[in-house]
Design a protein around this ligand. Structure first.
Ligand SMILES: Nc1nc2c(c(=O)[nH]1)N[C@H]1C(S)=C(S)[C@@H](COP(=O)(O)O)O[C@H]1N2
Ligand SMILES: [Mo]
Length: 181
């Protein structure tokens, strides 16, 4: 009897250890689930994302300085735009990577510009239309007088479907905040 009881306890313990090991393996396999968004790296906050997001790094939102944005996946896009002359190099974080980083669960983003302009765009515009949240223009950070600090840019030259008033309206420059719903 004693041995049988000891055996039960041993099995329970082994099961518990196995559960802990599986949990640990899952955390390693899906770090995005377990790891909260990093804090901004001490610079000026140039983007605030709030609303339907799972990952925050401050009070009620996800706050990004340039260094934290640069730590996310980077894409370089060479394109013409209706507002610039010739082809230019736009460097930024793909919208789908940004929404993944903040754990966005909504379908719509409202993008806000410093000049009081705002517009709604689908969260899907990252995956479907290549929307990029740009922080470098020809390799340089953008001042507010150069449409900075951030500019939503689509691959206008490469993707015909983005060359329409609908997408031009979503190409928010002086971007500083987004809400997801
Ligand atoms: N920050 C900011 N981004 C903006 C706008 C704006 O007023 N402010 N206008 C939008 C609209 S409605 C369009 S069609 C395009 C082009 O604006 P433009 O025709 O004034 O050049 O930029 C978009 N991005
Ligand atoms: Mo417009």
């Amino acid at each position: 009897m004693r041995l049988a009881k000891g055996g039960t306890a041993g099995r329970k313990l082994r099961r518990r250890i196995a559960a802990i090991a599986i949990g640990g393996a899952l955390l390693l396999a899906f770090p995005a689930v377990a790891e909260p968004l990093q804090k901004p790296h001490g610079g000026e906050i140039i983007l605030t994302v709030s609303g339907a997001i799972a990952n925050t790094n401050g009070d009620g939102g996800a706050f990004f300085d340039l260094a934290l944005l640069k730590s996310l996946p980077v894409r370089v896009l060479v394109t013409e735009t209706p507002w610039t002359k010739g082809r230019h190099e736009f460097t930024g974080v793909p919208l789908e990577a940004l929404v993944a980083a903040v754990g966005a669960s909504g379908k719509t983003i409202t993008a806000y510009a410093l000049n009081d302009y705002s517009v709604d765009l689908p969260v899907e515009d990252g995956k479907r239309h290549g929307a990029l949240v740009v922080y470098l223009f020809d390799g340089q950070p953008m001042l507010p007088s150069d449409r900075g600090p951030l500019w939503i840019v689509y691959p206008f030259s490469d993707r015909k479907e983005t060359r329409s008033e609908t997408f031009y309206q979503r190409a928010v420059w002086n971007l500083y905040a987004m809400t997801v719903r």
